[in-house]
Design a protein around this ligand. Structure first.
Ligand code: F6P
Length: 389
């Protein structure tokens, strides 16, 4: 559903009773969260509503902390659009359906969703703006079914893996940081005539690795969507050697894995955080390539650097557009949904279409084709594919 013009929104707003809305930011942070908070808050204040921020995901509603809810006024959201992190804090062990609760032998997961809905209503909130990734959209959808009156989701993640939106904010920043790292690693890797394997984030999607790998001039890109063969990458490196290029750069998405192999996991998660933390593929690939080519190989993990600091201009703008659209949706009474970018228009998509899905890299996408046409290796090439011109 497309969201109507601001003019129409203002007319509708004047007909509506004052609203009280809450904003929460959940899951891993992403550059641009504060820009969403600012735009959504200003959009709501302009319409005469009251805005509150929920601290640390939903903790501010579920724990009895005195500062669990923060009143958001113009002063509170002044000068924050360019800042990283989130002024509300976030949590990735705060799923209200599996909430960490003290039990006899330590913390146990408990379904606190009804407590959350009760407190939300008791505070007099009319609507929630939930800023998060796929997990947060699933939770938002479940909360609606539990009786939350109205939820507008705003898709956030550096991984760009939320379904039904062309882009999430945070992604452009992560790609820019990874690309800059690749630019820097080129000089040192070439000086030492080494192989450098760089691990980037992205969970089960290869968007960051693919985009940064192409922009940063990597020689091989390993993504979860294309299981790789070690020998295919080694062959690419030997081909480069034969052309006098004595160094090679490989970008590996943390979720990439070898054909017939398995995902490399750093931490399997627990009863509260039910998604595994991935990590270690770069080290594994570097060892294998050193053994197969006889060259010195190093690995490095870019890690949380990709999420730290302020958003790029593109992310800041997208986050501001999403935040303003979230408040606009409430005026239009569009019902619940997630704001999404589609062909450069902001639309509202049903939460049930988003919940529980992952947007991965399509293998026939222009970006993948571009990389292949430039001779980049994905590690799936057939033996003998690399023929020197
Ligand atoms: O989803 C964002 C993300 O940064 C992933 O790319 C990564 O796998 C994960 O979060 C890391 O989570 P944490 O911040 O808990 O280490």
């Amino acid at each position: 559903m497309s969201i109507a013009s601001p003019g129409a929104a203002r007319d509708a707003a004047s007909l509506m009773a004052a609203r009280k809305i809450a904003i929460s930011t959940g899951g891993g942070d992403a550059p641009g969260l504060n820009a969403v908070i600012r735009a959504a808050t200003l959009g709501a204040l302009e319409r005469g509503w009251e805005v509150w921020g929920i601290r640390q995901g939903y903790r501010g509603l579920l724990d009895d902390a005195p500062d669990g809810l923060i009143r958001l006024d113009r002063e509170r959201v002044r000068g924050i659009a360019h800042l990283g992190g989130t002024i509300l804090g976030t949590a990735n062990r705060g799923d209200p359906f599996h909430y960490p609760t003290p039990g006899e032998h330590g913390l146990v997961p408990r379904d606190r969703s009804e407590d959350l809905v009760r407190r939300f209503r008791a505070e007099g909130f009319d609507a929630l703006i939930s800023v998060g990734g796929d997990g947060s959209m699933r939770i938002a959808h479940q909360l609606l079914q539990r009786g939350l009156p109205l939820v507008i989701g705003v898709p956030k993640t550096i991984d760009n893996d939320v379904c039904c939106t062309d882009l999430t904010f945070g992604f452009d920043t992560a790609v820019s940081i990874a690309t800059e790292a690749l630019d820097r690693l080129h000089t040192t890797t070439e000086a030492h005539e080494r192989i450098m394997v760089v691990e980037v984030m992205g969970r089960h999607a290869g968007w960051i690795a693919l985009n940064a790998g192409i922009a940063g001039g990597a020689d091989a890109i390993l993504i979860p969507e294309i299981p790789f063969r070690f020998e295919a990458i080694a062959e690419k490196i030997r081909l480069r050697e034969s052309r006098g290029r004595r160094f090679s750069i490989v970008v590996a998405a943390e979720g990439a894995y070898a054909q017939g192999g398995e995902l490399i996991i750093k931490d399997a998660g627990d009863a509260f955080r039910r998604t595994a933390v991935l990590g270690g593929v770069a080290e594994r690939v570097a060892k294998e390539l050193a053994a197969r080519t006889g060259k010195e190989a190093r690995s490095m993990v870019l890690g949380h650097l990709q999420r730290g600091g302020g958003p790029t201009t593109a992310d800041r703008l997208l986050a501001l557009r999403f935040g303003a659209a979230a408040a606009r949706c409430l005026v239009e009474d569009c019902g619940s949904g997630m704001v999404a970018l589609r062909s450069n228009r902001i639309e509202l998509v049903p939460l049930e279409e988003v919940a529980g899905k992952t947007k991965t890299v399509p293998l026939d996408s222009d970006t993948v084709v571009t990389a292949r046409e430039m001779g980049l290796c994905f590690g799936d090439e057939a033996p003998g594919h690399f023929v020197a011109p």
